[in-house]
Design a protein around this ligand. Sequence first.
Ligand SMILES: Nc1nc2c(ncn2[C@@H]2O[C@H](COP(=O)(O)OP(=O)(O)OP(=O)(O)O)[C@@H](O)[C@H]2O)c(=O)[nH]1
Length: 392
Amino acid sequence: MQLEVIGVGGAGCRLADAIRAAEPANHAFLTDVYAFDTDEAALGRTVIPESNRHRYGEGDPAQGATDGGDGDGSSPIERGFERGQERADELLEVLGRGEPSAADAFLVTVGLGGTTGGGTVPALVATLQRTSEQPVYVLATLPADREFDASAGETDGLAGHARTATATSDTEPPRPEAATNALATLERLEGVASAIVLFDNEAWLRPGETLSDARDRSNREVATQVAAVFSGSAGESGETTAQTVIDASDVERIVGSESAFVTLGYAEQAVETTSSRFGLGLLTTERDVDTAEAVSAVETVVRKAIRGKRSLECDPEAADRGLLIVGGPPAWLNRKAIADGRRTLQTAIDGSGILGGDAPRPDGETVFAGVVLAGIGPVERLEELRETAGTR
Ligand SMILES: Nc1nc2c(ncn2[C@@H]2O[C@H](COP(=O)(O)OP(=O)(O)OP(=O)(O)O)[C@@H](O)[C@H]2O)c(=O)[nH]1
């Protein structure tokens, strides 16, 4: 399926950048990628073409993440929402330029916790829903605990841990209000976004690491998960067609249109696709694939994608619906193993809606599995953020 990705705010633009970088050369799934931010310098650091970058909010009063209000009693995130409302039409104009999007869906990427992306995205998503036919999905990161500590400028927020980071000038500011901001944005997206894919920064940070240090790695991880699902649901793959094609309407059936929370899983295993006749690498031929080896590779990646670390940790049983895409060189895509993988997913989740498909990659060197778990709840991490917000 074809996606139009729109990054908003610092994290949103970096995520959009990372998704663009993860697009497989021969399996395009992006129609367009946009970056919107109030920060000109941050926009300039993306590699998104200049024509698709837009600075907005010029001339607006500064809306620092930690300022305490401007005298009218409203919080920074509330003011962010107001400004988002005022700017949504301007952003829509940049996106459309009068033309309807050729994509099957929009994916709006944002880091929850700040006021720029988190302030703008609810109004932008609502405007896109009003003016276009396609579903509007949101990919949102949840803030990490160490961000809430106002002294995190020097330490990582873990008691006694000196920051091991190679601090950059791009260090994230402490964000004592991040939990409150994140929850306020999610509340506004409820009933507005078609579905909300969550990525939990807390779970992907290593001990002693700051968010700034981790963010490129985290962004690559989530971009790989997104690319596996959306390029995997592109169906056609040059001269090789999937046995079971997953398309945009299948993805829509699984994630739904009612702001369900979604988590993504991914695993891959490198496989040898060629063998050398004389052991010197002089004459390589396509390698015959042993069935048992292919079955084992598929089983391994399916198990890891379902049970391993996902964008948001949760028990698979907490999901209502699931989608499995297994990809790789066609000779490795054992049909029976893929069908078994679907059954494994069916058993793992507590719901009923399961879809599965394959994504042949004639030029690929890995067997991979992408998993979508949708309709998850209750989300434990959101409960933790509620507790944090309640204590502030
Ligand atoms: N995964 C990931 N998370 C990020 C990244 N940058 C920031 N975050 C998270 O996103 C939240 C919001 O940060 P930004 O996107 O920089 O904030 P903003 O929307 O530009 O808003 P303000 O800085 O308040 O103007 C932070 O609290 C972090 O939790 C990133 O590159 N990757």
